[in-house]
Design a protein around this ligand. Sequence first.
Ligand code: SF4
Ligand code: SF4
Length: 375
Amino acid sequence: MPDIAALYTNHYDETEVYRQVSALLDALHVPDDVKPGMKVVLKLNLLTGRAPEYCVTTHPSVVRAVALYLREHGITDITAADSPGGPFTVEALTNIYKACRMLPLEEEGLLKLNRDVSWKTVSCPEGFTVKSFNRISVIADADYVINLAKMKTHGMVRFTCGIKNLFGTIPGLQKPEMHYRYPNLKEFSHMLVELARSAHPAVTLVDAIDAMEGDGPHGGTVRHVGLLLASRDIFTLDYVAAQVAGIDPLSVGMIADAVENGLVKEKEISYPLDTPKPLEVPFTLPKATDILFLSRFPAFLRKPVQKVASVLFHPVPKLDPSKCVGCGRCAESCPRHLITVSGGKAHFTRKDCISCFCCQEMCPMKAIGVKRLLG
Ligand code: SF4
Ligand code: SF4
C-alpha cells in the first residue's frame, strides 16, 4: 500500500520546514533504513542558476531540513547533487550552487555539494525496454538516494515532479542526446519511467510550498500551493501531485505510461498525515502543451480532432529578439542542433524541430516563446 505523507505549510521558514519534513520522513519510517556510514545523496532540482524565490529549483530550506534530519539520525556522509541543464562542469556547478543559495548549507557543515563531474554506465536488467543508463557517479555510487523534486509545469512533458527530476541523474549534455534518441513524447515519457524505476530513490519529497505554473520549468510564474508531499512510491506520488495541481494525471505522458505499466496504485493510497486536495483553480499549463480545448469535444471525436490539431497547433519555439542576449545556451541544449548564434542573436531552423523545448528551458532571458501554425 503506497503511503503518501503530505503536510500543508505556508512558507519556507527554516524551523517550520524542518518540523514538517521531519514529520513526513518519520511517517515514511526513514529512520528504519538509514544507518551510520551510509553515503546518502540528495538529488535536487537545480535546473539552472536562479534564486529560490523564482521556484525553478528545490528550496534550500527543504534541502537543509532533510540534511539536518539525516544528521540527527547518525548520517554524516550527505551530498547534494544534480546534473543541471547545460554542461556538467565544476565551474557550471559552482555558479549554480551560488545562485540557488546552496553554498551556506555546505559552509554550515550540513552537507557536501557535489563537484565530481564523472559518470558511469549503470545496467538496468529489470528495465522493460531500456537496459542501461549513464548516470552521474555520485548517484551511481550512493547507498541511499532521496529525491527532492520541485512541482512545476513543463513545456515538453506538461508537469514535472518526482519522475522527471531523475532526468538530472543523466550527465550534462547527454540529456539533449536522450531527446534525440527518444524524439517523440510517448517514447521519451516511457524512457523517464524506466529511468525512475532503475534509479529507484528510497524516498521522493516534493517541494510544492511555492511551485511553478505556466511556461515552466524555467520561465513560468510562481504559484503558491503550500504543500510538502513525500512517498517511497514515486509513481503514485506524481499521480497525486498532478491531481493537486488540477492536471489530469493521464494527460501527463510519463504518469500515463506508469499507469499503463501497473506502477501507480491510486486505489490503495493511504495518507498518514494530511490528505491533499486538488487546487480550486488548476495550474495554468505551458503554452507548448495546452490542448485543453480537446476536452470540449465528445470522447469519440477527440482522436481525429487531436490528429488535425497536432499539425495545426504543433508548437515550435519562437524567439523574441528584443530579449535575446546571444548567450548560446539554447544552441548548446538543442538535441537537433537547429540553433545558431550570430550578430548577438539566436537563429532557429524549425524544420526537424522535435518540440522538446530544451531551448526554452535553458534560456536565462525568457526570450523563447511558443508559436503554432494556428492558435
Ligand atoms: S529548437 Fe528547441 S524545441 Fe526544437 S529541437 Fe531544438 S531545443 Fe528542441
Ligand atoms: S534565446 Fe535565450 S538562450 Fe538563446 S541565445 Fe538568446 S538569450 Fe541566450
